[in-house]
Design a protein around this ligand. Structure first.
Ligand SMILES: Nc1ncnc2c1ncn2[C@@H]1O[C@H](COP(=O)(O)OP(=O)(O)O)[C@@H](O)[C@H]1O
Ligand SMILES: [Mg+2]
Length: 245
């Protein structure tokens, strides 16, 4: 099985404090090793502040890291030129951000269509409508983002990611603002992505039922990988998180 994302010894710190003389920094990711193979869904769980979002940003080329290596589709991100990182992201990655990253003044369908248009291979109107239909938002296609609820915005962000045929879907808490019906629908849509053996999903979640849909669950604690479980139940994840505290 081919490896789509491979992180080796990834470390990242953020500067803290404002003093010019005493530069302090806090280590947020500590010697992270992770592999994501084509055809699998990997969930990343861990307490708030454990570095899950930061890790997803580093794995997807959205944020730089201090040391180590991240290879996406066999291309190295560390030290790569911005143009190269842009290309790797454009060619292989789509992202459902925690903050949704939608353009408020554009409509739902314009937001879904935008990344593919910028990448130079626009979607048809039918593809855009289908993506919105899959998240139950066909009726809201023409609504401006700033008139939608938080949950509807999250579903537009999911539709935008699913409309792309990127090999790797990164999703940061993709069901956080959804009611249980929509959460379950979104999770099943994400779960369906790696039925294509060339694609994979990496999802951060605090919902253990959601994590239990993954092929592997990685536990992050204080910026380090504390362990990994293959195809666990939600109960097993819970017990394991408590035991490793
Ligand atoms: N841009 C930033 N500057 C400084 N500290 C940050 C920044 N982003 C995140 N952090 C810190 O890094 C740690 C991990 O954050 P994050 O990756 O968002 O955790 P999680 O997603 O697991 O809740 C937290 O302590 C957070 O305060
Ligand atoms: Mg987070």
């Amino acid at each position: 099985m081919s490896v789509l994302v491979s992180a080796r010894a990834v470390c990242k710190s953020f500067p803290v404090g404002r003093s010019r003389w005493r530069r302090r920094s806090v280590r947020v990711l500590n010697d992270i090793n992770i592999e994501v193979r084509a055809g699998e869904m990997v969930a990343i769980v861990g307490p708030s502040g454990s570095g899950k979002s930061t890790l997803l940003y580093c794995l997807s080329g959205s944020e730089a890291f201090d040391s180590g290596s991240v290879r996406v589709a066999e291309r190295e991100l560390h030290g790569a030129a911005p143009d190269t990182i842009f290309e790797i992201r454009r060619d292989h990655i789509t992202f459902v951000f925690q903050s949704h990253n939608l353009i408020p003044s554009l409509s739902a369908s314009e937001n879904v269509a935008l990344p593919a248009r910028l990448a130079g291979h626009p979607l048809s109107r039918k593809q855009v409508n289908e993506a919105l239909e899959r998240v139950g938002l066909a009726q809201r296609a023409r609504a401006r983002i700033d008139t939608l609820s938080g949950g509807e915005r999250q579903r537009v962000a999911v539709a935008r990611a699913l409309a792309s045929d990127a090999q790797i879907v990164f999703a940061d808490e993709p069901t956080a603002s959804l009611d249980s019906h929509n959460a379950s629908n979104v999770l099943h849509l994400l779960r369906a992505v790696p039925t294509d053996p060339a694609r994979s999903v990496v999802m951060v979640t605090h919902n253990l039922e959601a994590a239990a849909l993954a092929d592997r669950v990685v536990l992050l604690r204080d910026g380090s990988v504390a362990g990994e479980l293959a195809r666990p139940t939600a109960q097993e994840i819970l017990e394991w998180m408590e035991a490793s505290r």
